[in-house]
Design a protein around this ligand. Structure first.
Ligand SMILES: C[S@@+](CC[C@H](N)C(=O)[O-])C[C@H]1O[C@@H](n2cnc3c(N)ncnc32)[C@H](O)[C@@H]1O
Length: 232
């Protein structure tokens, strides 16, 4: 049997927000690769899929460090990709799990680039994004009529953010734990604060919903935090 790599989107955190295809793929996988930012601690994506994994599944936790050094990152990604390739060469079905959708700001994107031409089949299974779940939960629509929806990571530089805010009708700001105060200030200035919401760990036990963005200090923000903001 030829090995196959599956990139599996596991949704934002609620174990009921996986697709049937994702669950079937996970049940049939020989190896589940769970990316984590640090050596210590559990992978959130893994905790979401655990209820679906048969006891014989081989679970491999891989560290994808969140550091700025390009060489450290490239080194970690190619080392991890080589390990995955090893499983594929053994003929295994490998499921690389990722929170939300695998094609949106995910470590899977880097693995996909590294292994695209490795000669093994690669299948990507989409997942419900964090912001789709947050919109559904809060009842705040993402876009209506002829409005545009802009998705931006909070790590973008200030000039770029200002440029985006000038024209954006509706905004999703991912990785909102970074530059939080600065972003809130800019949203206020650009008239995007009405109906804004910040949600941390949507669908997970520690879920937090905040409509008063100014009441939060930067130090108190979880890594899994997203802002939805609209211009009215
Ligand atoms: C590396 S990006 C991954 C995005 C993911 N692939 C998706 O489709 O949503 C990580 C960011 O996604 C957002 N995120 C992921 N899961 C979340 C959750 N359960 N609640 C709130 N935000 C979440 C946060 O903005 C977090 O910083």
């Amino acid at each position: 049997m030829a090995g196959i790599l599956y990139g599996v989107g596991v949704g934002p955190g609620d174990p009921e927000l996986l697709t049937i295809k994702a669950v079937n793929t996970l049940k049939a996988a020989d190896v589940v690769v769970a990316p984590k930012a640090k050596d210590t601690g559990e992978s959130t994506a893994l905790s979401v899929v655990r209820p679906y994994l048969p006891s014989h599944t081989d679970i491999v936790k891989m560290v994808f460090p969140m550091v700025k050094g390009k060489e450290t990152l490239a080194g970690a990604w190619s080392e991890n990709s080589r390990e995955i390739l090893g499983y594929l060469q053994e003929g295994k079905k490998v499921a690389f799990i990722t929170l939300g959708d695998p094609m949106l700001y995910s470590t899977y994107g880097y693995v996909l680039k590294n292994l695209r031409d490795c000669g093994h089949e690669i299948v990507t299974i989409p997942g419900i994004t964090s912001y789709a779940a947050i919109a559904a939960m809060t009842g705040i629509t993402l876009a209506e009529g002829d409005e545009a929806l802009t998705i931006v990571p909070a790590v973008t530089d200030e000039k770029n953010l200002e440029r985006i805010l000038e024209t954006a009708d509706n905004l999703v700001i991912l990785k909102a734990y970074r530059n939080y105060q600065q972003i809130v200030e800019r949203l206020k200035e650009s008239g995007h604060m009405r109906d804004a919401v910040m949600v941390s760990r949507c669908g997970l036990p520690e879920e937090r919903i905040c409509h008063e963005l100014e009441s939060i200090g930067e130090e108190g923000i979880d890594y899994l935090s997203t802002i939805i903001a609209k211009k009215r």
